[in-house]
Design a binder for this molecule. Sequence first.
Ligand SMILES: [Fe+2]
Length: 299
Amino acid sequence: MDINNGRPYLGFGLGLRTEHYHHVLEQKPDIDWFEIISENYMVAGGKPKYFLHAIREHYPMVMHGVSLSIGSSDPLDINYLKSLRSLIAEVQPEWVSDHLCWTSAHGINTHDLMPLPYTEEAINHVVERVQQAQEFLGRPILLENVSSYVTYKHSVISEWEFFNEIVARSGCLMLLDINNIYVSSRNHNFDPLRYIDSVDKEKVFQFHLAGHSDYGDYVIDTHDHPVVESVWSLYRYAIEHLGAVSTMIERDDQIPPFEELEAELNYARGIASEFLPQTNAQFQSSCSNKVSRASSCQS
Ligand SMILES: [Fe+2]
């Protein structure tokens, strides 16, 4: 659906988690779309694949990866890209994302999403690799801002300037994690509103919302709590300033019953409707054109 000057809009989604497979398939909850973790389905057959295909028949999906390591100094992992391309062909997602970070170096995977130095050298390096990945996959990718706990003394520009430059030069798009902006703003003492104000609005295709752990002097992006009020406030500001952006709740640990995440997602819908009443109306009117995602079009 396009309600935002050419920027596609999916509405309100959730991360698909194994704990909820049966519920989603049997109850067909009123969720507009699901995000899958790509690496969880890079296997032939098996139970996850069965549920993936069964649920895909009823919902639009986007794919989110954690292993592209776009900022690494190692060569891009062609086997990983081949697996990703195969999964894209199977799932036919609305879009594919990963993180603006590095996860591996000298062949060793840290399994962490490590930030980059914000330098011209790093921009050139990442842009070249994004273009290689996009060429291989035959489509633009979305990159997500990661939360960070350290900075590099080599950095010469802000994170948002770094992000904007990479997007502008490579042709990739933005997945803005509102919680990550909040977490990093607390850890590095910057104004999170300035981040929102500074990103290239037309390039923001998706929002993540998540919970974190607040230790006072520092904040850790744990994804094991409900979204906190300060992040809801930032989301409110983001929707007001960036317009209709597809939004989802990302919970990766201490997975609650599906209904709890649904309630959080409805809270996000409520915030968005304060500023964008047309999103709900236009979403409803578009349902007749959609695939067999019957339940979400009936409410
Ligand atoms: Fe995220």
